[in-house]
Design a protein around this ligand. Structure first.
Ligand code: HGY
Ligand code: MN
Ligand code: MN
Length: 417
């Protein structure tokens, strides 16, 4: 006999999921097939509008909070029981793909829709969630929405953060929210009973193993730093080399030093300088100020500590006549997902007859913050060539639907508990 979870998973409409993914991908679409929908941009607002519309067609009630997280609630039979949340993020990298984040939100929407189609009720409410500013491209750090929701980050600190044009999060967020139909403000929701996030893998493991789904064991630890190099502006034509305090040359030397010092024989350290800002950025002026980011990741907390010490020893004091200062903008320890939720996901894969494996996430996700306050887990589906944070990111409709079916089953089980 079919269980409610069987019926709901069978009702999952993979074609509609794909159609919504493609509709969302038109918001902020880039010429090379990707999206540029950075946090609190007009594209972010448009994506939120679409999501609220789709949710209202399904009778989901929207709620928001002060950092702009968006929740779409499907009531359960027991209105007092903490809800089960599922989602991801709608913001993207500047040259991002169509699936990173968008998939987790729309897979959750498809799961809730499948419950409706199958006539399945759950004891707990289920909420589809789109977390604010996961990527941290325009405003650092990332995972702002889940950071505030879980009490790991402070709202007041984040509202004061500026982008490179000096616009604050507070202003950009207010503009975004004013462009979306008003939703009820809810800052006192009880902590969720559980959180599940579906995502494309963004790496090569599942594709190489020929697996349609992955159960995620955890995420590696992540630290972000900002390095400021202060020199002195001077005329490019008249200033002898020995008198220069060139912030760009000092910064470039620091990056080269770090690249050598942080390299490891096993190639498991992840060290990236992805953002580099030069002032005044004029060909004939010696730069007086450079800001650059460091993204450091490792699966092992002690290694992360050790690598941090190297960064701190390198990025401080005087270099080539410039002053160097370092600040830490994000710090998330390696995360192990809840064994109970991981088991639910594994059982869902098995019940659907899907070959699956277990893997650690190289990328960061909102789930790593949620894991600090409630049992959390993640479902991965393969991405083509493991390519992500790239406009050519691709995933197959079949894999995306399979992951959403796993999510549907997992939500039924977690929301009945
Ligand atoms: O940086 C990350 O890992 C995530 O994609 N924002
Ligand atoms: Mn993502
Ligand atoms: Mn991403």
């Amino acid at each position: 006999m079919s269980t409610p979870a069987d019926l709901a998973a069978a009702a999952l409409d993979g074609e509609r999921l794909w159609a919504r993914l493609m509709a969302l991908a038109r918001v902020g679409a880039t010429p090379r097939g990707g999206v540029n929908r950075q946090a609190f941009s007009p594209g972010d607002a448009e994506a939120r509008r679409l999501l609220v519309d789709w949710g209202s067609t399904l009778g989901l009630r929207p709620f928001g909070d002060r950092i702009g997280n968006l929740f779409l609630r499907r009531e359960g039979r027991d209105p007092g029981a903490p809800a089960v949340l599922a989602g991801s993020h709608l913001d993207s990298q500047p040259k991002g793909g169509k699936f990173d984040g968008a998939y987790g939100v729309l897979a959750a929407l498809a799961a809730v829709e499948a419950l409706d189609s199958a006539g399945v009720s759950t004891r707990r409410a289920i909420e589809v969630v789109a977390w604010s500013n996961e990527e941290g491209s325009r405003f650092q750090p990332g995972t702002m929405g889940s950071g505030v929701f879980t009490g790991t980050m402070q709202l007041a600190d984040l509202l004061a953060v500026t982008d490179s044009a000096g616009v604050t999060v507070e202003t950009a967020l207010a503009q975004t929210l004013s462009a979306v139909p008003a939703v009820a403000l809810r800052d006192d929701a009880p902590l969720p009973a559980a959180y599940v996030e579906a995502h494309i893998e963004q790496g090569p493991v599942l594709e190489r193993a020929g697996l349609p789904v992955g159960v995620v064991s955890g995420t590696q630890g992540l630290r972000w730093f900002q390095v400021e190099v202060a020199g002195e502006a001077a005329h490019a034509g008249t200033t002898p080399q020995r008198l220069r305090r060139d912030a760009l040359k000092a910064a470039a030397a620091l990056v080269t030093d770090l690249d050598r010092l942080l390299a490891d024989a096993d190639d498991v350290v992840r060290f990236t300088v992805g953002r580099f800002e030069v002032e005044p950025n004029s060909p004939s002026t010696i730069p007086d100020r450079v800001l650059f980011s460091i993204d450091l990741r490792h699966r092992d907390a002690a290694a992360l500590e050790h690598l941090t010490a190297t960064i701190e020893a390198t990025c401080g004091g005087a270099h080539r006549g410039c002053e160097v200062s370092l600040s830490r903008t994000e710090d998330v320890a390696p995360t192990t997902f809840d064994p109970g939720v991981t088991d639910v996901i594994r059982r869902a894969c098995a019940a659907l007859g899907l070959a699956h494996g277990e893997l650690l996430s190289g990328a960061g996700h909102d789930a790593m913050l949620l894991a600090r306050v409630c049992p959390s887990g993640m479902i991965f589906v393969p991405g083509k060539g493991g390519i992500s944070h790239n406009e050519t990111e691709e995933a197959s409709p079949e894999h995306l639907a399979a992951g959403a079916r796993v999510l549907t089953r997992a939500l039924v089980e977690l929301a009945e508990a």
